[in-house]
Design a protein around this ligand. Sequence first.
Ligand code: ADP
Ligand code: MG
Length: 558
Amino acid sequence: MNSFQEANLKAEILTALEDMNFQKPTPIQSEVLALFREDIRDCIALAQTGTGKTAAFSLPILNSINPGDQSVKAIVLSPTRELALQIGNDVFDMSKHLSGVNNLVVYGGSSISQQIKDLRKGPQIVVGTPGRTKDLINRGKLKLEEVEWVVLDEADEMLSMGFKEDLEYILSQTPQDRTVLLFSATLPKEIRKIANKYLKSPLEITVGNRNEGAKNVTHKYFSVRRKDKYPALKRLLDMHPDIYSIVFCRTKRETNDIAARLSTDGYNSDTLNGDLTQSQRDLVMQKFRDKQVQILVATDVAARGLDVNDLTHVINYKLPDENEAYVHRSGRTGRAGKSGLSYIIIEPGEIGKVKQIEKSLGKTIEAATIPSGMDICKVQLRDFINKVKDTEDSTQELENLLPEINESLKDVSKDELIKKLVAHEINTLLDYYKDDIDINVEPGKARSSKEGRSRNRKSGVEYTRFFLNVGRRDKYQKKNLLELINKVLTVKGIDIGDIEILKSYSFIELEKGHEKMAISAFKNTRLKGRALSLEVANKRTDKPSRNRKFRKNSKRRR
Ligand code: ADP
Ligand code: MG
């Protein structure tokens, strides 16, 4: 079906659709409208978020309502208050010209007595969260005798939020001959079970491949040690100065932790989780929609209520338990023809999980490396220069100040000024990243450095930690490095402790007391023509300070 006109919709509805600038049905709307033009029957519709499901179920319902009849004809169940309100608004817009047709949104955390009063006004469509809807039914305030339609919107999400019993209760209380429309992005077994029990030979409609994340999304994973996950996140954020992203965590506690660290480090970030009060949630969501907040740290459930799909990146700080949830997460980027990126930060041992997700996604998740400090500085510098170039500089206020500014800068040359300006902007970042180490580790292989150290160390032996300019880039693994050390050292039988191989260099531990010999032995050795350099590692080269607050002082942040 290519137009709304073909769907035999009432003139008032067509006018409303014009007002809303809905020119033609989306694929899911087209399928559902075609079905209901022929026949009224139960259906299961699988479609990702953003495909226009609200109008798909609302239009046939609105079309069937007789305005004179003021009893509840349709119950629409939705997982969160935000989604319910959104549906209520959309239904309001679509029914604007249908006088006498009204909807009511009911949800927990808000006065039930007001909702009971509003029910007496005779809305034909009640949109609600499952808990509150059930409550109103139990109290005998929400009457179901006349119900012709039950819509389960985001059914998979309602189940994963623990609404299974409420849903079953509501379905079992509605009249036998009602039509059930089940909308879901995914089709887990539990949904199947509910469908088998409460739907009558439903028609299945699938829009797009339900297992495929949005086509325009590129998936990448980064493997780092657990202790490096947060620094890895920071680097990814630093690499994309204009990022607009949700960082997904698994638990409320984790979102609080990451959000607190990001804001201490000066990022433009906030958190969305179940700990917030309703008004706090509303505020955070509004800020994020308005792009006043660039980075939102959220749990899957909390992010559900958020109708933001045009993210530049989805960052999986922790993978979800269910592969399907990953599909949901990554579907929030790569919309409207734009390309999107879904990043996964894993610990080496989680590679198996990535492979599983790859399977259920039907798409490759590319291995990628966390950028180096220098790469990040270059990107930030370029971004700064572009922003300087684009800065509005023709205001009268500025003109008025110019004489004074010129006077105070008269002894500084243009070249000098540029240098100083750039230094002012980037020095803190350069400083932060100057000692950076490569935090990428091969998936499936690494142990934490602590375990590694204790494994090779002998008790009772004291070690000195050295830095050696040979790393993975030189195709060196632990075995080859051990051989090299044994070959080079002029004094034999020295105990070798832990070896940690990084991209372009390594840390090795040698029995204490042989520093001079070891350093000069390496100095006299060449590897493929290159001079080797062994130095005693100090804390600075080992670990760059992570606590400098680059962004706090940065004026660049909005
Ligand atoms: P879903 O429930 O599948 O996530 P929505 O029903 O919320 O999707 O619709 C997503 C967005 O697309 C909304 O902003 C909605 O107004 C818009 N939309 C829906 N149908 C159409 C249409 N036929 N033409 C233009 N925009 C539409
Ligand atoms: Mg929806």
